[in-house]
Write a protein that binds this ligand. Structure first.
Ligand SMILES: Nc1ncnc2c1ncn2[C@@H]1O[C@H](COP(=O)(O)OP(=O)(O)O)[C@@H](O)[C@H]1O
Ligand SMILES: [Mg+2]
Length: 323
């Protein structure tokens, strides 16, 4: 058995939207076991980024949060800023979609990558040495020379490698990677992802990986959490979720990807449009798009329940979907 690193229970987030709060996450629960990769999937707007932001304590101004995010004995929802800053220095790190927005344009790459070590009081010479070693490990050529460059002197791929170096240098116990390769050229995406994966395994970190690429997920993630309109539609091991979905939404998602679909070579696009949390349909939010929907689905919100050992689904008819 692996230890649980993070336990999220009943996490709900309301964001102020022109005065009326919008519930962008609703009763989200899942665990991140230490040293493993948990994949988070779902269409745009389903709450993937907000989940990562809630864990690292960077939700937008005015967010109202309930539920708990236990990291060891610390509840990240209720802990003070000083503790959260210390955790962000020592234990939690985040890799964003767009490295340019998270790198400081006026600071040399080496300085930024070493920042977290400097703040933890490591001597200058040792920081310098660790930075160059890390830049080398993420595949940046001439690391000692390139450490003196500014972000604009790096290509997109090198910038994301520098971001990975920055996220991994303090050997965090959890890395949050929010679509870490989508801003990159397709040809370098796979290489950057496998680099991230390699470092994560070497450092023994756990990872919450947000990606809409199910093929990537099937290779990288041990567990999968599927979000729909801010709620967990289903979760389980990645292979079970992808090969034997327990929710019609996941089934449609899997069928929309040619390589994952087994029955025919042609992908079926997802029917209808995704539900916005601001105008969440009644009952099961997926019902307007669901081929199995009955009257019950229009009125009764399905609870997330264990439908097979380790399989959780929020569908009234999960057993039917599974069979
Ligand atoms: N700053 C914000 N203020 C209000 N609503 C927001 C804000 N950021 C995101 N949202 C809304 O929260 C929902 C979830 O967003 P997000 O977590 O970014 O989705 P995802 O990452 O899955 O695409 C979306 O409906 C989005 O419109
Ligand atoms: Mg997002």
């Amino acid at each position: 058995m692996t230890d649980t690193l993070v336990r999220i229970t009943g996490l709900s987030v309301d964001l102020p939207d022109a005065g009326t709060p919008v519930r962008v996450l609703d009763d989200v629960s899942f665990d991140i076991p230490a040293g493993t990769t948990v994949g988070l999937i779902g269409e745009t707007g389903s709450g993937k980024t907000m989940t990562a932001m809630a864990i690292i304590g960077l939700l937008p101004e005015g967010a109202a949060v309930s539920g708990s995010i236990m990291f060891g004995d610390t509840d990240l929802v209720h802990c003070d800023d000083a503790r959260l800053r210390a955790l962000r220095r020592d234990e939690l790190s985040m890799i964003f979609q767009d490295p340019l927005s998270s790198l400081n344009p006026t600071q040399r790459i080496g300085r930024q990558v070493g920042e977290v070590l400097r703040r933890s009081g490591l001597p200058r010479a040792e920081v310098q040495e660790r930075v160059i070693d890390m830049l080398d490990r993420v595949g940046i050529p001439d690391p000692a020379g390139r450490a003196r460059d500014y972000p604009h002197e790096f290509s997109g791929g090198l910038r994301q490698r520098a971001m990975i170096a920055m996220a991994m240098i303090a050997r965090p116990s959890l890395v949050l990677a929010d679509e870490p390769t989508t801003a990159l050229d397709v040809t370098v995406q796979a290489r950057v992802l496998s680099l991230l994966r390699k470092l994560q395994v070497e450092e023994g970190s756990a990872m919450l990986l947000v990606s809409h690429d199910l093929r990537v997920m099937s290779h990288v993630a041990q567990d999968l959490v599927v979000l729909y309109a801010g709620r967990v539609a289903e979760r389980g091991t990645a292979s079970a979720v992808l090969h034997r979905p327990a929710h019609p939404y996941t089934r449609a998602l899997v069928r929309s990807v040619p390589a994952i679909r087994t029955k025919t070579a042609i992908a079926d696009p997802l029917p209808g449009t995704s539900a916005s949390p601001a105008q969440r349909p009644s009952g099961c939010a997926f019902h307007p798009r669901c081929p199995l929907a009955t009257d019950r689905c229009h009125t009764e919100t399905p609870a997330l329940r264990e439908v097979a050992p380790g399989r959780w689904s929020a569908c009234h008819y999960a057993e039917k979907v599974l069979s």
